[in-house]
Design a protein around this ligand. Structure first.
Ligand SMILES: C=C(O[C@H]1C=CC=C(C(=O)O)[C@@H]1O)C(=O)O
Length: 362
């Protein structure tokens, strides 16, 4: 795809063409601080050691409203071809992780899995992003070309509709809205309300969430003259699930850019774990590389303002558009149940599978 889309309910950045690409965040940060670029857009990978897909676009349209795609395009029928790993292997991995959590080696770790999808006619990344915007109007929809990350990503794109904001900066005001803690929604409105209320009381989910807010506080506190982190999370939802969410707000002491803030905060324990380095090591040993799933997608301008959303509820699309890899994960703590964790990833995968017209796994 040629370009970048990040559509939020009250803001959108849509770009075309590439003036320069950056395979590392240092190069992008340098271009912004040297004043040689006005805008950087793109994606950060899950693993901070991997290459980035960041660009200075040739043209950009920035608006205080969601993206309004011009031509409605059709999407082909897509089917799930393979699970990576299989459901039974994911269960085994989670069981082993619970053992490591109970031994005290780590406090929390996020376990993820992927489904490979195939189709006979190419998936257009912008058509998929348009459909996801229509299906998830309060989510943050994105479509990003990943080519700048190197030969294995040439022509690949990342498309999704995420409910989670890693960080947003406007002037000295910094905001985050981490999510962690999940339960499935119900078609019955009374049961649905009860599911949300019991999530708010779930000690296991509250613990999962508290690791994330503690990390964000630890990173932002030294950078902020004031920082407000709610003592308890609130409820939020997508079509498929309820989540625990914490709206965090601070005032920056200096002019740290949105891109630098994103790099300092990423990967939060909502996608990685606690302690961060130990959890990252466990994920590298246990899983296939996450590539850009679990990373961040966003923009940063030459004033340092920007938005970075967490790359979840998304899929990587191949260069020929005939394959897609959708991933989902969940936070594991010592009290987790492997089957519940597998089911949670199946429910989270619904966002992508439904948009692609594929059969869901739950
Ligand atoms: C890792 C994912 O979700 C994160 C965001 C919300 C709730 C989460 C959880 O309850 O585990 C995860 O931290 C994903 O959707 O793939």
């Amino acid at each position: 795809m040629d370009g970048f889309v990040l559509s939020r309910p009250d803001h959108s950045v849509v770009t075309r063409g590439v003036r320069r690409s950056f395979g590392s965040s240092d190069a992008a940060t340098h271009a912004l601080s040297a004043g040689t670029t006005k805008l950087i857009v793109g994606a950060l990978p899950f693993d901070p050691a991997a290459a980035t897909a960041l660009y200075e676009p040739a043209e950009a349209t920035i608006a205080s409203r969601p993206w309004q795609p011009r031509d409605p395009q059709t999407l082909p029928t897509t089917r799930v071809d393979r699970e990576i790993p299989s459901s039974s292997e994911h269960l085994r991995r989670v069981e082993k992780l619970i053992g490591r959590l109970r031994s005290g080696e780590i406090d929390k770790v996020v376990a993820a899995r992927t489904v490979e999808l195939r189709t006979q006619t190419p998936i257009s990344p912008t058509a998929l992003a348009a459909r996801m915007t229509a299906l998830n109007p309060v989510a943050n929809t994105f479509a990003v070309d990943l080519s700048a990350a190197g030969a294995e990503f040439e022509g690949h794109s990342l498309v999704g509709a995420t409910p989670e904001v890693l960080v947003s900066r406007r002037g000295r005001v910094v905001t985050c809205r981490p999510l962690a803690g999940t339960t499935k929604r119900s078609a019955d409105s009374e049961q649905d309300r009860e599911a949300g209320e019991s999530l708010l009381r779930s000690t296991k989910n509250l613990a999962e969430h508290a690791f994330v807010t503690a990390w964000i506080r630890e990173v932002l506190q030294p950078m902020c003259s004031d920082l407000s982190v709610p003592a308890t999370p609130e409820l939020t939802n997508t079509h498929e699930v309820w989540h625990l969410a914490s709206p965090i707000r601070g005032t920056l002491r200096n002019d740290t850019t949105a891109l630098d803030l994103a790099m300092a905060l990423h990967p939060t324990p909502a996608l990685c774990g606690t302690p961060t380095d130990a959890a990252l090591k466990v994920i590298r040993e246990t899983e296939e590389p996450r590539r850009f799933y679990g990373g961040a997608v966003g923009w940063c301008d030459d004033a340092g303002d920007g938005d970075w959303v967490v790359a979840i509820r998304c899929a990587e699309i191949s260069a020929d558009g005939l394959s897609a890899w959708a991933s989902a994960g969940g936070g594991i703590v010592a009290e987790s149940d492997p089957q519940d964790e597998l089911d949670e990833t199946s429910t989270k995968l619904r966002t992508l599978l439904t948009a692609l017209g594929a059969e869901t796994l739950d």
